[in-house]
Design a protein around this ligand. Structure first.
Ligand SMILES: [Zn+2]
Length: 460
């Protein structure tokens, strides 16, 4: 069987990567990749659930060891997929990647004192190269847990852009704005954002794109919000912000503007198809309808919301009923404290079931879609599925891992049982970023981050 691209080619594309003997939708397949995209998928002549194939899988003792064949430029690189299943790369819709450097630095505090007394003061001591190395470390953690794309909001956008480029990941990076209504801070931040966007454009890495990141209604003044709406409209840029995360945010917005956050943003033209809104915990029925009408992309951050006690679950079932398709994000490592999207999906599913009193809400397949095809559509990226012609963004999960065995239902195993540690290989844009559980440069990056933290914390 071949599911090759239709159409004829005078010069057929040359495969650059061959994934051998992985499992896709219950069949054993070989996947050929040419450049950035999947060229074709060829099924083996046994079904994966046949006894022979099952034995071949379970008796394989080195299921994810790298292929040792000598590289030859005339033949594709081989990725040994035996004993694995292939899934589309996971897409993290909301994070602050460089905050891995603050993992477990301050915990068990309410949001505002946590930000004002702990996070913002230490962030003020981070220089651009700190952000670069911390984001590299975050990329390793994401790659190791099957994530191929992240949507980020942080300072020093060029540093995260270089980190995404050098790590091989796909990213949408939003330059943060936090001006608290201060006109001179606002002016400087807007200028910096335009300079940073120019930097990313000159970098010319088509895996890395940029967006606008007004932090939230309680940290960004009216003028900057209006500026963001104008720039987004003029340049077609996505807007990435925090929305209705806590009751404090609602009270501050009501006091200052006489409106709740969604109405305030809507009055400024900031709710639309290019808007990606993290958290969305405190939304009433009318606000859910408004977000659906405007085509906003809500992002579920269940672990961060639980850890910071943001005041309840995102109203997932009501949002789906209104036609919204929430995406999924880990938030930063200071409030999670990891970047494992499989773990995040489990929390999302459990929380939605618990909140609605209905165990059929947010089933495993739907959870996986949040992190793959739904996200790909929202970000207008041609990935999120394993099919000929799609971008070659995928990961291999080890089916012999105890958390994946005996393997009655792959989606349920991934969402309810597995964690990122069951991932053994990750490919993004046709490039192998992890093979046999190993990512290049990991030790060097960890050492560099440790050294930098010593300086930041004043210990060196
Ligand atoms: Zn956040």
């Amino acid at each position: 069987m071949s599911a090759a691209n239709s159409g004829s080619h005078a010069n057929p594309p040359k495969p650059s990567l061959l994934v051998q003997g992985t499992r896709l939708d219950g069949r054993l397949v070989d996947i050929r990749v040419a450049g950035q995209r999947i060229l074709d998928i060829r099924a083996h002549d046994v079904r994966a659930h046949d006894v022979r194939a099952h034995e071949a899988l379970t008796q394989e003792t080195q299921v994810h060891q790298p292929e040792t064949r000598t590289p030859n430029p005339a033949t594709p690189r081989i990725l040994n997929g035996r004993g694995t299943a292939v899934l589309p790369g996971l897409m993290n819709a909301h994070t602050h990647s460089a905050m891995v450097i603050l993992r477990s630095y301050a915990d068990d505090m309410p949001l505002m004192p946590w930000l004002e007394e702990k996070i913002w003061p230490i962030e003020a001591r981070l220089v651009e190269e700190d952000i670069y190395w911390a984001a590299r470390l975050a990329c390793i953690e994401m790659i190791r847990s099957g994530t191929t794309f992240f949507s980020d909001m942080y300072w020093h956008l060029p540093a995260t852009a270089r980190a995404a480029r050098d790590s091989g990941m796909r990213a949408l990076l939003a330059g943060a704005i936090i001006d608290r209504g201060d006109a001179s801070a606002a002016e400087a931040q807007r200028e910096a954002i335009l300079t940073d966007h120019a930097y990313v454009a000159v970098m010319a890495c088509d895996r890395v794109r940029y967006a606008l990141g007004p932090h939230a209604v309680y940290t960004v003044g009216r003028d900057s919000l209006v500026w963001v709406a104008e720039q987004s409209e003029r340049l077609g840029l996505p807007v990435h912000l925090h929305l209705s995360e806590t009751e404090t945010e609602l009270a501050l917005c009501q006091d200052a503007q006489g409106l709740r956050p969604p109405a305030w943003l809507d009055s400024l033209g900031l709710l639309g198809r290019r808007t990606f809104a993290a958290h969305c915990v405190h939304l009433n029925e009318a606000e859910i309808a408004l977000l659906a009408e405007r085509g906003v992309h809500p992002i579920h951050n269940p672990i961060s919301n639980l850890k910071l006690a943001s005041g309840g679950p995102m109203p997932y079932a009501a949002m789906r009923a209104a036609g919204l398709r929430p995406l999924i994000g880990t938030d930063g490592c200071a409030s999670n404290n990891n970047l494992d999207l499989l773990e995040e999906l489990k929390f999302a599913a459990l929380l939605a079931k618990h909140a609605s009193g209905d165990p059929t809400v947010l089933p495993a397949e739907e959870a996986l879609a949040m992190a793959t095809i739904d996200a790909a559509r929202a970000y207008d990226l041609d990935c999120g599925a394993i099919a000929p012609g799609k971008l070659a963004d995928f990961f291999l999960v080890d089916l012999s891992h105890p958390m994946m065995f005996p393997g009655h239902n792959l989606a349920a195993d991934l969402v309810y049982s597995a964690q990122g540690r069951a991932v053994v290989a990750t490919v993004c844009d046709g490039q192998v970023l992890m093979e046999a559980g190993r990512v290049a440069d990991e030790a060097e990056i960890r050492a560099e981050v440790a050294q930098r933290w010593n300086r930041i914390a004043g210990r060196a």
